[in-house]
Design a protein around this ligand. Structure first.
Ligand code: AMP
Length: 407
């Protein structure tokens, strides 16, 4: 993975967790792993780029939005003490510097010129380390979230995440989970995830305990340890014979309470699914993976999304909101009551969206109480505004619990 530094017209920082090919003429295609750091609210100039690439180091590069050709991008490369600026033309959904070789996205372009100069003054060697990473580190120290590496023992690998291993650790005698990342570019994505986590605290959200930023670039995010692993694995491994109706409803309520809290704080999760819910030693379900969580109404670009969990308007128009989380919550309820089955069984993935857009809804899982199935279906209204809020969902689930409609 490489990091790409780009000037962006607005906002502060965005991390590409998914491939994005662009839907509008002006969209810049990027790929999973790209880190697009917004250097400034306004476009950065040629001179600013040159300052950012100082001290000179042949092969050091960044990408900025072109000042002369708005909508196009400029690749700035340091070579023999000088900075060269190459215009990246964006035309008909393709990127090109020389109008001979064309690329689908910036990542491909960078990869091409990393392996071969192909007419540039030098091949690309090193992306400019993002200023944001340094600022974020300082912020963690200032706000008291920095932990001491000397007090952390890493014990064993317990999972593989999007950006690196998850390990069981011991911090001052307490079991903790540690996400480890050694790569600079991805470290920034991790810091973004951690900085979201510092703002959120709820008994049904996996709690951040702190971060460790090593001098040599390693980064560790320390969270509470969830002994029973992901909810989807938990449901699959225990199954119907072990988990009764009470238990399924309890998990549903646990997640709903976390989501009600996020709703109240205007946070949208965007990736709610049973695989992103973890189970503690004492069987409490907690929502995890805040990598995509953004304050409500932000319009982050997204390409490949977990189609079966994502609301139609979010897939179609990138309209993520608490109401699109409600849609995903309905799918998660279906996962819970089917003991971890993959949603839309027997429907080829390519047919899911067209059928859902026409109003198709999954049947109730075997043995699912009708009252719970009604809650699911309400989450799947095509009209987002008609879907209930998490507050209403929590009330409905509690009613089901008190009236024992879940058995
Ligand atoms: P993630 O990177 O969050 O998707 O995590 C990948 C996998 O690591 C999960 O599916 C879990 O099995 C495991 N894992 C992540 N976080 C924790 C945690 N806090 N406690 C225990 N296991 C975890």
């Amino acid at each position: 993975m490489s990091a790409i530094q780009a000037a962006w017209p607005s906002g502060t920082e965005c991390i590409a967790k998914y491939n994005f090919h662009g839907t509008a003429e002006q969209d810049l295609p990027f790929c999973k792993g790209d880190v697009l750091t917004i250097v400034a609210v306004t476009k950065i100039t040629r001179e600013q780029a040159e300052r950012l690439l100082y001290p000179p180091e042949t092969g050091l590069f960044l990408v900025r939005e072109s000042t002369n050709y708005p909508g196009d991008y400029t690749l700035c490369v340091s070579c023999d003490g000088k900075v060269e600026h190459y215009r990246i033309m964006y035309h008909a959904s393709k990127l090109s510097i020389d109008e001979e070789v064309y690329f689908e996205n910036l990542m491909q372009l960078v990869e091409h010129y990393t392996s071969d100069a192909d007419g540039l003054c030098t091949r690309l060697i090193k992306p400019k380390v993002m200023e944001g990473t340094v600022a974020a580190q300082d912020e963690f120290y200032r706000s008291g979230w920095a932990l001491n590496m000397k007090e952390l023992k890493l014990l064993q690998t317990i999972g593989k995440g999007e950006f690196g291993d998850v390990m069981l650790g011991d911090y001052r005698g307490n079991k903790v989970a540690v996400k480890c990342i050694k790569n600079d570019a991805t470290a920034q994505a991790f810091l973004a995830e951690a900085s979201v986590m510092t703002q959120l605290r709820h008994s049904n959200l996996v709690q951040l305990l702190g971060v460790i930023v090593e001098e040599k670039g390693g980064l560790y995010i320390v969270t509470e340890y969830m002994a029973k692993g992901s909810l989807v694995d938990y449901l699959r491994s225990r199954g119907r014979s072990v988990l009764g109706g009470d238990c399924l409803l309890k998990f549903s309520l646990d997640v709903c309470e976390a989501m009600e809290y996020l709703e109240g704080n205007n946070f949208v999760h965007r990736d709610l699914a049973a695989r992103n819910v973890l189970v503690s030693e004492d069987n409490v379900a907690k929502v995890s993976d805040f990598g995509l969580t953004k304050e409500a109404s932000s319009t982050q670009d997204t390409g490949k999304l977990p189609v079966k969990w994502t609301a139609p308007e979010a897939l179609r128009e990138k309209k993520f909101s608490t109401k699109s989380d409600v849609w995903s919550f309905g799918i998660l309820l279906w996962e819970i009551y089917s003991f971890g089955r993959v949603p839309y069984p027997r429907i080829p993935l390519k047919d899911v969206v067209p059928r859902v857009e026409k109003g198709y809804k999954m049947d109730a899982p075997d043995g699912c109480p009708p009252a719970v199935y009604e809650v699911m279906k309400n989450c799947w209204h095509l009209d987002a505004a008609t879907r209930p809020s998490f507050l209403q969902l929590r009330e409905q689930l509690e009613r089901i619990k008190t009236h024992e409609l879940h058995l």
